[in-house]
Ligand binder design. Structure first.
Ligand SMILES: Cc1cc2nc3c(=O)[nH]c(=O)nc-3n(C[C@H](O)[C@H](O)[C@H](O)COP(=O)(O)O)c2cc1C
Length: 171
């Protein structure tokens, strides 16, 4: 897919077919996150790729908005250390947002749907994923081929009017 088409086609996909994701495709999505920019190039993130069905099912328990994860073919969990200074609270989350979007666009480019989820229950997430104390599982991305309709550029996205959001020169 062309970059512009991938940008226009990406949407949250929360229902997936049974088609598995090729390991090379999952690696490409992960690499997109790995290549993402971060403040001062800190790269304070860790990514856990999950394809094991019982683990995916269990991850559905960690957040009320994670109900799509058990049906995904894979999930990528994005983790950060507990911020060492107040100013990193925002910076690290910003960086995770960029990594997330890079992965979602790379997935869309391959025709793979992706769906965000936050993580609420850190203790349960730690049991499932085995990450050390001092880390936070911040977000998850469910991945799989869309069960509803393939990814195609969306003509009328559910967004505030362009002219209301975009200011030129001055507010
Ligand atoms: C920081 C963040 C957290 C989100 N958390 C969840 C979530 O926990 N569960 C979920 O189903 N969607 C979640 N979403 C998806 C948004 O609801 C979705 O991106 C938004 O409604 C726009 O829809 P679209 O992505 O299909 O364009 C999250 C999105 C962001 C950016």
């Amino acid at each position: 897919m062309e970059t512009w088409d991938a940008i226009r086609a990406r949407r949250n996909v929360r229902a997936y077919t049974d088609q598995p994701i090729d390991a090379a495709d999952l690696d490409r999505v992960l690499e997109a996150g790995w290549r993402a920019p971060s403040a001062s190039n800190r790269q304070r993130w860790e990514f856990i790729a999950v394809t094991d069905r019982p683990q995916l099912q269990a991850l559905g328990e960690v957040w009320m908005g994670a109900r799509h994860i058990p049906g995904a073919q894979a999930a990528i969990v994005l983790l950060i250390p507990v911020p060492e200074e107040e100013r990193f609270v925002v910076l690290d989350r910003y960086d995770l947002g960029q990594a997330t979007y890079a992965m979602m666009l790379a997935a869309a480019d391959l025709g793979i749907g992706s769906g965000h989820s936050s993580v609420g229950d850190q203790d349960r997430a730690r049991e499932i994923l085995g990450f050390p104390d001092g880390y936070i599982a911040a977000y998850m991305i469910g991945l799989g081929y869309p069960a509803d309709r393939p990814l195609r550029p969306i003509t009328k996205p559910d967004r505030r009017p362009f002219a209301e959001v975009v200011h030129r020169g001055r507010w």
